[in-house]
Design a protein around this ligand. Sequence first.
Ligand SMILES: Cc1ncc(COP(=O)(O)O)c(C=O)c1O
Length: 386
Amino acid sequence: MFSRRLPPHAELNALSQAVDALRAEGAQVADLTESNPTRAAIPYPAGLLASLADAEALHYEPHPFGLLSARGAVAEDQSRRGVRVDPAHVVLTASTSEAYSWLFKLLCNPGEAVLVPRPSYPLFEHLTALEGIRAHPYALEYHGRWAIDVDSIAAAPQDVRAVLVVSPNNPTGSYLNEEELQRISNLCRERRWALVADEVFADYPLEAEHPLTDIAARSEVLSFTLAGLSKAVGLPQLKLGWCIAGGPAPERDAALAALEVIADSYLSVGTPVQVAAPRLLQAGASIRAAIQERIRRNLTTLRAAVRRYPACDVLRAEGGWSAVARVPATRSEEQLALHLLRTERILAHPGYFFDFSREAYLVLSLLPPGDLFDDAVARLLRVVNS
Ligand SMILES: Cc1ncc(COP(=O)(O)O)c(C=O)c1O
């Protein structure tokens, strides 16, 4: 009865089942996978959402790419990282995930493929399957920093239409660097691929020296940078994302004309959030600062705690909201994650959730409140080293 686009969904994995069972019994779980800032005791300014009630939102002026005032505010907001973006190149969406789905409709025929990083964000399997296309992996490898294996991109199948980069990547934290961008752009030019840069975490550098950001605005090939309020302002529930088109003017403008047809078919972004966007983006600085302080603090204490255990190691985390810990592979990652949950009530993501090429890694969110994080990390390290 249902289409082949649907990814397998019948069964929850063993870890999710175990968490659900514990929570159903009323157990408190120290959640080191929490990536929702609204559940992490981040202070939000009082009255932050008042602008959503602006009477201007009583008028409905549909525009495929969103209100020019909101697109202008997004463009203006990019200037804090030193780039100039034309509001005409900004497309508003309900989320980054929706921006991906529009770009896949724009760039791929059914059955074709896009290149996705591995390890990375597990949602790509779903987002591509739901558009009737394939996610073909390319490799990131750790040599003191996570580097893109550009040869694995060059070995792509014929029917690839775009390369997706996540910068900084979730969960490896690695930003694309200048050399990688140049080599990937050369391949895009040669093979007529578009470059899609997911920069949702670009505002959160950790151990990066001079992170490269705003890839579409700098790119020499047809490119799209994706981001949104979800991470840039810590407000995932408001459902406002954006896609900024860049690259050579003729290709960029042709892409925008075609995207307009797609966006016009959905008109998915609500008016109140668009009217409020300039004020929300302005308020973003203090929320970002609070998140930045939290993730830096937690990374520092994690590094200090791990130093006591020579068999463990925290990989270089250039940016983003998580850290990757290499732990002794004395049992499978799944067994380890289940053991931590059952004995210590600690939830951590095993590396295989993100398709790491080998074991054993744990991915730890840096968002939880400091006292919860410190206590859970101390207990987790005792268990993984026992
Ligand atoms: C790399 C990456 N891209 C996109 C998203 C989704 O963002 P949005 O809430 O804007 O759809 C996430 C969410 O965690 C993410 O990790």
